[in-house]
Design a protein around this ligand. Sequence first.
Ligand SMILES: NC(=O)C1=CN([C@@H]2O[C@H](COP(=O)(O)OP(=O)(O)OC[C@H]3O[C@@H](n4cnc5c(N)ncnc54)[C@H](O)[C@@H]3O)[C@@H](O)[C@H]2O)C=CC1
Ligand SMILES: O=C(O)[C@@H]1CCC=N1
Length: 269
Amino acid sequence: MEKKLGFIGAGNMAKAMMGGILKNEILLPEDVIASDLYQPGLERTKEELGIAVTTDNQEVVKKAEVVVLSVKPQFYAAVIEEIREVVSEGQIIVTIAPGQTLEHLQELFGKPVKIVRTMPNTPALVGEGITGVCKNELVTEEELSYICKIFSGFGKAEVLSEKLMDVVVSVSGSSPAYVFLFIEAMADAAVADGMPRAQAYKFAAQAVYGSAKMVLETGKHPGELKDMVCSPGGTTIEAVRVLEEKGFRSSVIEAMKACVKVAKELGKK
Ligand SMILES: NC(=O)C1=CN([C@@H]2O[C@H](COP(=O)(O)OP(=O)(O)OC[C@H]3O[C@@H](n4cnc5c(N)ncnc54)[C@H](O)[C@@H]3O)[C@@H](O)[C@H]2O)C=CC1
Ligand SMILES: O=C(O)[C@@H]1CCC=N1
């Protein structure tokens, strides 16, 4: 029998995960419950997904064997304080917040609790997410596999060492935002050169999608794939020259280092 899955906080990330889990039939709507402080949002989620909803966080813990804490990192301490007494030994608490280490979470609970720390991303909504996963010593390998199965319902899930979790924030948790900026910028340029807006998004997004697929499916180095596009004396190498001149790669690297820094700082709060 499948375990019931609960979400405390039914915002963007929780809805992306629930959408992926239900669409791919990993769980049925009756096996999912979510709580939030914001009642109108909850009612919409109930209508859209057919799941049970409540404004009582403790009810989620009482009804679900696996509970995902899907509030902002700054609300973790308050939510844990609210639910810690009703969390039982056999339950699994899944976290999705940057910076919140297993050690810190354990301290907040103040008692032994099975915790799986993860970092998903919003492409979960369309079944193309990727999630980094690690666990504390109370979680068995079988339980970890079960959590990975749930996360695989909306993309890929990979177990890794906790010290890499801040990197996962920058390379996949936050990175859809940089990719959307990139797509928007490409579309703006296409519009500037006369293409209708909707068509520009389609062409830019499909080019990003196809390029990502080439990296994943050919196994070729991204540099080699880039070289395949650059004809001698052609259009692409000229665009590459300008991107290098404007510090494109360095901007991405610096932005991601800033992202990791904030993830580490969030863990100290
Ligand atoms: N949005 C993203 O792309 C990603 C977000 N995350 C993490 O997911 C978590 C949630 O982020 P988002 O969904 O983006 O935020 P959000 O603001 O969209 O959702 C958070 C929800 O929690 C609710 N909430 C606040 N306090 C609450 C409480 N005491 N009890 C119950 N519900 C409460 C809010 O009303 C809101 O609906 C954060 O920890 C974030 O770092 C992780 C990976 C990607
Ligand atoms: O911006 C944030 O803090 C969260 C974590 C990863 C994506 N969104």
